[in-house]
Design a protein around this ligand. Sequence first.
Ligand code: GDP
Length: 471
Amino acid sequence: KMNINSSDIIKKLMSRGIMVTINQQIDYDNAVQIAEEYGFLVDKKEEDDENINILDEEDDEKDNEEELLPRPPVVTVMGHVDHGKTSLLDAIRKTKVSQHEAGGITQHIGASVVEINNKKIIFLDTPGHEAFTAMRARGASVTDIAILVVAADDGVMPQTIEAINHAKAANVPIIVAINKIDKPNANPDRVKQELTEHGLVPEDWGGDTICVNVSAHLKTGIDTLLEMVLLVAEMQELKANPNRNAKGVIIEAQLDKTKGPVATVLVQKGTLKTGDVIIAGSAFGKVRAMFDDKGKKIKKATPSTPVEVLGLSDVPEAGDVLVALQDEKKARLIVEKRKEKYREYKIKQKQKISLDELFNQIKEGNIKELNIILKADLQGSVEAIQQSIEQLSNDEVRIKVIHGAVGAITETDVMFAAASNAIIIGFNVRPDSKAKSLAEKEKVDIRLYRIIYDAIDDIKAAMKGMLEPEF
Ligand code: GDP
């Protein structure tokens, strides 16, 4: 409004020891003083900001069925360590990113777009159920399909089972890639047998789990695998309305020395455009520029497109929701208010179920299902406890062990509990120190027992609201 070059203002601020970029807001007092230095008189206008809801991330107009158009699927690769997740992702990218696009070089922005039969598939670059569940714990569900990699020479291993349970709890369909079939000791049938024991019955054995033999090394089976992804995506009828304000999720963000805050957004609804006013977490800005996964500058990003966005004031967190708003003033107000209240809001959002709270939550109708993650010292105990506690289900609440395994309670277990609103029961095992501090941060209830009946008694008592408080 003063018609003064922004760089002059930035210089003035710097001389006051305030380091800001053009995308940032400055406080009122400094703004007044600087305006006065240029001979302007500032008149403060009170905003009618009572109606602004800081949680109003959506600004959500409901989408009509007829406005929805098909969108590409978003895929995460999971599986046991060393079974070939990274190699498979590399093989897919190398064979399926068309060579004429920007020299065929993929930029690392956190997700890649590949093409098969003229259809797109988006792969998240960080493989593993840990990353998948960490996003879910932050409230963001971006994955439509999980590819479970199982090495044909090694079979189903503990993290394979973890991955299966993490995907199942999130209701994400699983396609199995039986990898390393080039190895002389590869035994795909053994893998299928073991998968069956964990509830994934292969199609050719009469079940509904799609299994594809692949070799990341020889790059065989890749096309079939991707065609199966498209098939499953088609059955899911993934759709979004491209003609509305954009809404998406931050999948990566960092501070770049020259570019400032850089965030990769996976657009979920609407179309994100250069110049859009955006908020993400407690960051605010205007889309200054966007780049796709090939590093190409683009002006528009439609649903399921991952884009690197420049122009935010701060670095948002992975998992934060990004929305584009029409009204810049409103966006500013939301962010202003969030700055004060966001911590409170985040903490509140984190309140998880605890055994002490179970009865009240059931009575208030807040929960119908108690999810439990069970860790024990012996496989026999896992099975015995799982059976006994699932039998405690009644008309009001169903008790469900979403993951049971042998071993100490890990960070991954805690993240899984946070993402699935579960409590963790440890039988003759303890959380490691990282898991313990994460549980405190994520407000996950961990209960440790040495006697099976104590665990059962506690859950019974909690269901009736008669649990002795823990000190
Ligand atoms: P990740 O830990 O699941 O990401 O596994 P990696 O992709 O790092 O692979 C683990 C090891 O298995 C590496 O030494 C790879 O070279 C090897 N590997 C991966 N895929 C194949 C394959 O298809 N055939 C063979 N023979 N080895 C493979």
